[in-house]
Design a protein around this ligand. Structure first.
Ligand code: F6R
Length: 366
């Protein structure tokens, strides 16, 4: 049942190319540069009338939502916010009828996310669920659903559901951008083409697992690990840190690299491994200077970098190379080595990777 792998988590990590394909299948028209997903219940009229997108989610799904906001703003030009569901439900959140509230939830049953959806519904907002489990509570309460077709995820630490959420949210941003005429056809074609090619790039990254294993060996005794990223690399840094915490029980922190100077730089010394999400994208130059600051303080850098980026050789002690790809799709690649690092560290420590202590797969209580 684990397909020859020792753990479900490892199997699910390696399933990502095929499940991302499943999420994309039948929804992309490359020739038109468009996306089809009528099941979302977001008609062209609705897409045009939305004034704000309001993402709610928890945990890993919250990280996917942060990327979702980035795409929604950049490609569809809709003002967007992301909120932790557990915070929204106890504030007095304000919703408008022309809000599109996007609840991102693998299980579709997370109590906090469901409560946030109820509050949004009471406020008159339109609800769209991005969920994996068919006909679960959140999609049932929503006006429409965009399902990620990741199949059942058994490992408690979410992996394949995260990348399919990313794929679904990027599709959604393209859909919205096309309906609102904010995304030119040519750019939409480029983004969709890049997304279409992602599974084969993912296969390439996952094929390099041995090298990642060697890096994980260096991290087994680390008590703290800092993960840094910017732009679309920021939610990936958060996700890398969460994965490591969950299954290896090491303390890890994900940080927006631009915030380094505002505090975390004080932590850096030769003891602190810093994992940098640093592909050749629009944020590259800024990330590069952050890493110079880390090196100046003797921090140990493990970089996720784009093949051919020679400059990285001088900055990082260890590098996981990822293939070149357009900026928009980068998170679907950069997260893979971070999932593998967490997996290998936890496994080297002898932890129960699929059933980490204290955690439940679906949090149906607060
Ligand atoms: C992390 C993880 C959790 C979930 C969170 C939300 O690996 O699995 O952080 O992402 O509990 O769950 P869903 O997406 O089911 O609402």
């Amino acid at each position: 049942e684990r397909g020859g792998y020792k753990h479900f988590m490892r199997k699910e990590i390696h399933e990502q190319p095929e499940v991302v394909e499943a999420t994309l299948r039948g929804r992309i028209d490359l020739a038109e540069g468009d996306v089809y997903a009528a099941e979302m219940g977001v008609t062209p009229e609705v897409a045009q009338s939305i004034r704000r997108v309001y993402f709610v989610a928890c945990g890993t799904s919250h990280h996917a939502a942060i990327a979702g906001r980035y795409w929604m703003e950049q490609l569809a030009k809709v003002p967007s916010v992301v909120e932790l569901a557990s915070e929204v439900r106890y504030r007095e959140p304000l919703f408008y009828p022309d809000d599109l509230v996007i609840a991102v939830s693998q299980s579709g049953e997370t109590a906090d996310t469901l409560a946030a959806v109820k509050a949004a519904k009471a406020g008159g907002a339109r609800i769209l669920a991005v969920a994996n489990v068919l006909d679960s509570a959140i999609p049932r309460m929503a006006d429409g659903a965009l399902y990620t077709h990741a199949g059942p995820e058994i490992g408690v630490a979410s992996t394949k559901c995260f990348t399919t959420q990313l794929a679904a949210l990027l599709l959604l941003a393209v859909y919205m951008g096309r309906r609102r005429s904010t995304l030119p056809q040519e750019r939409a074609q480029k983004v969709l083409q890049a997304l279409w090619e992602i599974p084969s790039h993912q296969r390439e990254v996952l094929g390099d697992a041995d090298y990642v294993h060697a890096i994980a060996k260096k991290l087994v005794h680390a008590k703290d690990v800092l993960f840094l990223g910017r732009g679309l690399g920021f939610p990936i840094a958060l996700e890398g840190a969460l994965k490591l915490k969950e299954i290896s029980y090491a303390h890890a922190e994900g940080y927006a690299a631009g915030e380094m100077k505002h505090g975390p730089i004080a932590l850096i010394d030769e003891q602190l491994p810093v994992v940098a999400v640093c592909p050749r994208d629009a944020q590259y130059e800024k990330m590069h200077s952050n890493l110079q600051e880390v090196r100046a303080r003797e921090g140990q850098v493990i970089a996720i970098a784009t093949k051919g980026d020679e400059a990285m050789l001088e900055l990082a002690q260890h590098i996981v190379w990822i293939p070149k790809a357009p900026d928009e799709v980068m998170p679907l690649l950069t997260v893979l080595p971070l999932q593998l690092i967490a997996y290998f560290v936890a496994n080297l420590k002898g932890n129960d990777v699929d059933q980490p202590r204290n955690l439940a797969k679906t949090v149906t209580v607060e």
